[in-house]
Write a protein that binds this ligand. Sequence first.
Ligand SMILES: *[C@@H]1O[C@H](CO)[C@@H](O)[C@H](O)[C@H]1NC(C)=O
Length: 176
Amino acid sequence: MAAFPSSLALFFLFLTFTEAKEILVGGKTDAWKIPSSESDSLNKWAEKARFRLGDSLVWKYDGGKDSVLQVTKTAYLSCNTSNPLAEYKDGDTKVRLQKSGPYFFISGAKGHCEQGQKVIVVVLSQKHGNIGISPAPSPADFEGPAIAPMSGGAGLKAGLLLRFDWILISILFICS
Ligand SMILES: *[C@@H]1O[C@H](CO)[C@@H](O)[C@H](O)[C@H]1NC(C)=O
């Protein structure tokens, strides 16, 4: 009888390790815009999120007014939009994360990157534990100046949601 819950737990564990996710950048559809404050920035969101190989980033925005540029670190830091590694302006952009390491994205709309519409996504290598016990590299590690400590509840809520699959596994193991 006890075999059922533990195989269920293993099944969920398996899903957690293998299931590629589509991750909406900023956590909501209208998030690709100039942040209203530092604590609202996309890098605050990215610090709390967890990106794995095979996941896809998704942006929803008005393709007539904005775009997503994947750029080098240098171009990210200087908001240089002139020669991006990749440019997306269809309003419904999906980028698959196929290698580990940092990815740099900035807005292609004039002046937007300078006002903070940019994000660094760090994809962990598979050697790192995926279950989130060891500290993961955060966008701050790749950003020049230090960023103020996080405040406000929005990031915390996002973090809790992202921990949901981990909590579910813990519960299943305890119950089995
Ligand atoms: C922006 O990048 C391009 C190509 O990488 C380079 O030629 C140009 O000098 C850069 N502009 C600035 C202002 O750094």
